[in-house]
Each structure stands twice: as structure tokens, then as C-alpha cells.
Design a protein around this ligand. Structure first.
Ligand SMILES: [Zn+2]
Length: 278
């Protein structure tokens, strides 16, 4: 699907984060106190080798997304003169600005990865303390840590990868849109069964980069929590993505729902084209 972050990029990032979390938990050995382990993880997290690792892991993920979004722009531009001009503008004239955005995003993701070893240590230490308070024997707690934490790492790696890849994809499309002056996008939901109810309902709605929607407020559900205003892919566990509106030929329906100032307005095709000014 055009504009959607590729699953293989997410999967690769997830595997790498999982390996890292496992390696951290694996370093926890018997007869290590929680403080010793925390000290060890702090040293590891600040080592040259680990900083390099965190950076290259973030770099592979972000550059992969950049290449794919570049391909999406090219494909979107394929049949249309207007699109081709935009694509040339983006790829040739704005390469510098795009490079800056890429470096900023690599740094952001590398910083997140750098927090993982100490956060594993913190979780181990909190767990040890909690169980000790219940009167558990230290050797039993140690055994449990080596069993329980590997299972937790899997779920955690999955959540981090899904959330961060979608977030980065959205940030990257948004940054490209700002460069070429495209102010609107269509919210695309992934239609998988995990998609939230409100996100399924957002599918196909036109939104502005300057005025992010509040999906839970637009489509309330008895048990849904408020997450505020955000763009597709910009909240945890969300694989929705924005389809940037850059050409008239993308407006094919007779009417659209457009989110303006927190409300949905039904608009005719001609009004939408005037609004998004493409
Ligand atoms: Zn979503």
C-alpha cells in the first residue's frame, strides 16, 4: 500500500530491539544484586560500542522509511505532470532539507534505543523489590526474572517497533508535505482487526496538518480513553497513515468528510479541490 510503512521495516526493527532487550536480560546473572545490574547496564548504555549500535539501528529504520516514502512520491507522481513537478521539487531541490529531517529523526530514535538497557535494569530492580517485600526468597526471584523478562521483551519490542515506525513514517510524510506546501491529507486506516474503532471510522476523512483531529472525540465509544489530537500513526500501537493530497486526480469521490476545527463537515468534490488548493 502506497504511503503505509512497510511491515518488513517494522519487523526488522522489532527483531533488533528484541535481541537488544534479550541481551540485557541475559546479562543478568545469578547472585547479581539489582544495584550491580543497574550499574552494569548504565555502563553498557554509555559505551562507545553501544552508542554506535543504537545509531546504526535507528539509521537503518529511518533511511528505509525515507527510501520507501520517496518511492511512494514517485509512484504517486507517475501518471501526472503536476505530480512529476512536485516529485522533482522534493527529490532534487529539497534534498538538503529532507536530509536534515532524516538526521533529526535518526537522533530521536537513537536516543530512545539508548534508554533501553537502563530501563530493563530498572524493571528488574522494581520487580526484585516488590517480590522481596512479599517475602519471596532471592533465589526464587532470580529464577523468575530469567523466565519472565524474556517474555516481556517480546511484547515490549513489538509495541516499540509498531509505535515508532508508524510515528516516524508520519513525521516524514508531514515534513515532505511542508517542504512542498501540501496542507491536507486523507486519514488511512489499516483495516486490520486491531485497528481501534475510532481509527476505522477515520478512514477516508480529509484532515489538515495544521489541525490534527481528535478521533476519540469525533467517534466516542463507551470505553474509549481520550488521547487528544493527533495525526494517523502518531499514537501508540497505531498503524494508520496519512495519504498526502497533492493532486486533483486524488479527489475521486463526489463528497468527502473533512475535519475542520474539531468537527466533520461534508463537502462536495469541487469544494474540496478549492479547499486543498491543488
Ligand atoms: Zn490507527
Amino acid at each position: 500500500m502506497l504511503w503505509q510503512a512497510k511491515r518488513r521495516i517494522e519487523q526488522r526493527y522489532q527483531n533488533a530491539i528484541h535481541d537488544l532487550l534479550q541481551a540485557c536480560v541475559g546479562a543478568y546473572a545469578k547472585n547479581t544484586s539489582a544495584e550491580e545490574f543497574e550499574q552494569m547496564m548504565r555502563m553498557y548504555a554509555s559505551s562507545e560500542a553501544f552508542l554506535g549500535f543504537a545509531n546504526s539501528l535507528a539509521e537503518v529504520m529511518i533511511t528505509g522509511l525515507f527510501d520507501d516514502v520517496g518511492r511512494s512520491w514517485r509512484e504517486a507522481a507517475h501518471h501526472n505532470m503536476q505530480g512529476r513537478e512536485l516529485y522533482d521539487l522534493l527529490i532534487n531541490d529539497l534534498a538538503g532539507a529532507r536530509g536534515e529531517a532524516m538526521h533529526r529523526m535518526i537522533n530521536e530514535n537513537a536516543s530512545l534505543i539508548r534508554t533501553l538497557p537502563t530501563s530493563v535494569a530498572k524493571q528488574v530492580s522494581e520487580y526484585t523489590m516488590r517480590e522481596a517485600l512479599k517475602g519471596r526468597r532471592p533465589e526464587d526471584i532470580e529464577v523468575e526474572i530469567t523466565k519472565l523478562f524474556p517474555r516481556r521483551s517480546k511484547a515490549r519490542a513489538k509495541l516499540i517497533a509498531r509505535t515508532e515506525v508508524a510515528k516516524a513514517q508520519t513525521a516524514l510524510i508531514q515534513s515532505d508535505c511542508e517542504l512542498i506546501g501540501a496542507g491536507w491529507y486523507i486519514w488511512r486506516s489499516t483495516h486490520d482487526q486491531r485497528a481501534r474503532y475510532s481509527h476505522q471510522k477515520m478512514d477516508g476523512i480529509i484532515c489538515s496538518w495544521r489541525d490534527p483531529p481528535n478521533p476519540e472525540k469525533l467517534f466516542p465509544e463507551p470505553r474509549s480513553k481520550p488521547y487528544g489530537e493527533y495525526h494517523p500513526g502518531d499514537t501508540f500501537n497505531c498503524r494508520c497513515y496519512p495519504e498526502p493530497l497533492v493532486m486533483k486526480s486524488q479527489i475521486i469521490q463526489n463528497t468527502y468528510s473533512v475535519c475542520i476545527n474539531g468537527r466533520l463537515i461534508i463537502m462536495k468534490r469541487s469544494d474540496v479541490i478549492r479547499l486543498i488548493a491543488v
